[in-house]
Design a protein around this ligand. Structure first.
Ligand SMILES: Nc1nc2c(ncn2[C@@H]2O[C@H](COP(=O)(O)OP(=O)(O)O)[C@@H](O)[C@H]2O)c(=O)[nH]1
Ligand SMILES: [Mg+2]
Length: 168
């Protein structure tokens, strides 16, 4: 990805050069909040009405995952990303992704379990579902507490990035 300077995180300028991550998952899985948390923004609820294309993260509306005909948009945008992230909320009652779906894209696919701080979180179940999808790397996290976010950021950092480079 293009290297450059941008924004502030903790009031310090930073260099970005991360792999681009596209987030997919059902409505309310926590994709937009995760996007805000990874980018160091203040968390605020915002219904995703269209694809939000940032330097490092592509946030998609949950309807694109839930409605088969809209899934074509995800297929196209996946090819603009370096990594595909399947997001499952830790308290989701069922898995929206079909088994073995990771083989449908020629990009590495990671699993993200969001909202692990939520009451009723069942991390083991979400992990089983993501493994069934074909995800080998799975990142449990909470956008509220910040737990697990650094592991995702580290996964996206490219070899010549500064060790403290943050996504924007
Ligand atoms: N407790 C908790 N709630 C979260 C977390 N992430 C998102 N939420 C809440 O879940 C709801 C849906 O989140 P959102 O990011 O809009 O989901 P999206 O539809 O996948 O983009 C919002 O009310 C968020 O505040 C989290 O890590 N922990
Ligand atoms: Mg959203």
């Amino acid at each position: 990805m293009q290297k450059g300077f941008g924004g502030v995180w903790g009031n310090a300028p930073y260099i970005y050069n991360h792999e681009k991550l596209i987030l997919m998952g059902r409505v309310a899985a926590g994709k937009t909040t995760l996007t805000q948390a990874l980018r160091g923004e203040q968390l605020h609820y915002c219904k995703t009405q269209y694809i939000n294309y940032h330097n490092t993260i592509i946030d998609t509306p949950g309807e694109y995952t839930e409605v088969a005909k809209l899934g074509a948009a995800l297929a196209l945008y996946a090819y603009e990303a370096d990594v595909v992230g399947l997001v499952i909320g830790a308290d989701e009652p069922f898995c929206v992704f079909p088994p073995c779906c990771t083989c449908l894209v020629n990009r590495p696919v990671i699993g993200i379990i969001s909202g692990i701080d939520r009451e009723g979180a069942n991390i083991e179940q979400a992990e089983r579902w993501l493994k069934l999808c074909g995800c080998e790397r799975i990142f449990p996290c909470s956008s509220y507490t910040g737990e697990g976010l650094e592991a995702i950021i580290a996964h996206l950092r490219e070899p010549d990035d500064a060790p403290d480079a943050l996504p924007i």
